[in-house]
Write a protein that binds this ligand. Structure first.
Ligand code: KIV
Ligand code: ZN
Length: 509
């Protein structure tokens, strides 16, 4: 029988600490619902005390997302733990994750306290968290640079105080796999009450070893892995969920261990994270990169045609990469449309369904074959999750050889219709300059990315942009068979998200 390794997903907390990856509350709830479909055991939904947005996201996820345990991070401080409890108290399955640094480097230079004091605070705060919830996790931060005997002492003391999970973080991504495996083994062998807790690990990827370290930990007794979708996270990121999960699934024979992850949801989760954060996945990234299942060499293709196992260790379908997913065409009705959306995880209100169906009909007229990816783009485009301050009504762009690219854009701003014409270096630039002039935005365009959703020149094009204002970065998306229209939608979407953020900020300041 395989050991079951718990997946603790921290995309919404550590993942959000990736530079420029911030998500709004609606996006966090959407992603948490997808993580539940993926089958993660625990969702670290945020750091309740860090911002009102994080607090609200944890509260809503706790109320709206069924299945996983919902967790909030909290420093080993009374006010942090109280705030985590406030955010979690209505969630049927909840966990408080509290942490304190234990390495001398951190204690001496950052906290300026002794080891004894750090141990005392850790124990007191685990007890305080246990006064609210039965499920408490403790992390001795910077564990891999902590003196080992002291680490054992802290772990033993927090288990005694009531922690049911002890998480050993490689906070700065410093450990080597053999060394990290040995550290986990030492915790298992030397901590007297370790049978009362699950050993978890949290590995950062500064030396590209996060997954290798997590796997070494599993081999040495870890029962929970903290990870993020696409491996996003602080600096070089975290252990990548899809890599560790597929390593276990593919090599069950070697590990004698597996997870409860519904791997067919991996690609969808990865795409959603890219869409929300605007952080693209490199093409050669294992499991979720565009080339992960692409065979280029003639010898490999020949082998695959004869027998797929010659060069394929995982089936693309097993991670949800289904190429021949022709779903609907122009004759498909509303019922079939709703059914298909349900199958791929979307249940819309009548109003949103009507909007999406209308858009689908227009697309099916243009494109004949509509795939799951197209439906996902339609949903993310049509079903607005935040109130729109700016509504794009019409655009017209002109470009070509020997003429100055120009654009005319019509928009609605708080109910007022404005039309303006402008020019630029190309049609997208002309459209963007005109939108910027109409809205009077002070934001700066940080990134612009175009992707064809399915093959062919009639495919929907998807544009992701990142804009920045007052240090806040947001990602916007737009999809359309016309790439200029998709670009305009993405920009307006990002500007609306900035307005949403500004409103939230104004409310709390
Ligand atoms: O990297 C780290 O040590 C963390 C802790 C809060 C677990 O993110
Ligand atoms: Zn971390």
């Amino acid at each position: 029988m395989n050991r079951v390794i718990k997946i603790f997903d921290t995309t919404l907390r550590d993942g959000e600490q990736s530079p420029g990856a911030s998500m709004n509350v609606e996006e966090k709830v959407t992603l948490a619902k997808q993580l539940a479909r993926l089958g993660v055991d625990i969702i670290e939904a945020g750091f309740a005390i860090s911002s009102p947005g994080d607090f609200e996201a944890i509260k809503r996820i706790g109320n709206e997302v069924e299945g996983p345990i919902i967790c909030s991070l909290a420093r080993a401080k009374k006010e942090d733990i109280d705030r985590a409890w406030e955010a979690l108290k209505d969630a049927p399955k909840r966990r408080i994750h509290t942490f304190h640094s234990t390495s001398d480097i951190h204690l001496k230079h950052q906290y300026r306290i002794s080891r004894d004091e750090a141990l005392k605070r850790s124990v007191e705060m685990v007890k305080h968290a246990r006064s609210y919830v039965d499920d408490v996790e403790f992390s001795p931060m910077d564990a891999t640079r902590t003196e080992i005997a002291y680490l054992h002492e802290v772990v033993e003391a927090v288990i005694e105080a009531g922690a049911g999970t002890v998480n050993i973080p490689d906070t700065v991504g410093y450990a080597m796999p053999e060394e990290f495996g040995a550290l986990i083994k030492s915790v298992k062998d030397k901590v007297r009450n370790i049978d009362k807790a699950v050993i978890s690990v949290h590995c950062h990827n500064d030396l590209g070893l996060a997954v290798a370290n997590a796997i070494a930990a599993i081999r040495n007794g870890a029962g929970q892995i903290e990870c993020t979708v696409n491996g996003i996270g602080e600096r070089a990121g975290n252990c990548s969920m899809e890599e560790v999960v597929m390593a276990l699934r593919t090599r069950k024979d070697f590990f004698g261990a597996d997870t409860r992850i519904n791997t067919e949801e991996i690609i969808r989760s990865s795409r959603l994270v890219t869409k929300i954060t605007g952080i693209p996945v490199q093409p050669n990234k294992a499991i979720v990169g565009a080339n992960a299942f692409a065979h280029e060499s003639g010898i490999h293709q020949d082998g695959l045609l004869k027998e797929r196992t010659t060069y394929e260790i995982m089936r693309p379908e097993s991670v949800g990469l289904v190429k021949t997913n022709l779903v609907l065409g122009k004759h498909s009705g509303r019922h079939a449309f709703r059914d298909r959306l349900k199958q791929i995880g979307y249940e819309l209100s009548e109003e949103d369904l009507n909007k999406a169906f209308e858009r689908f009909k227009r697309l099916a007229d243009q494109k004949k074959e509509v795939f799951d990816e197209d439906l996902e783009a339609i949903i993310s485009d049509e079903v607005q999750q935040i109130a729109e301050v700016y509504v794009l009504k019409t655009i017209r762009a002109e470009s070509g050889t020997g003429i100055t690219p120009a654009a005319t854009v019509e928009m609605e701003l708080d109910g007022r219709v404005v039309m303006q014409t402008g020019s630029g270096d190309g049609p997208v630039d002309a459209v963007y300059r005109t939108i910027a002039a109409i809205t009077g935005t002070k934001s700066k365009l940080d990134a612009y990315l175009v992707k064809g959703i399915t093959g062919g020149t009639d495919a929907l094009g998807e544009v992701t942009v990142k804009v920045e204002e007052q240090g806040k970065k947001v990602a916007g998306h737009g999809a359309d068979t016309d790439i200029i229209v998709a670009s305009a939608k993405a920009y307006v979407n990002a500007l609306n998200k900035l307005e949403y953020w500004k409103k939230g900020k104004a409310k709390t300041s």
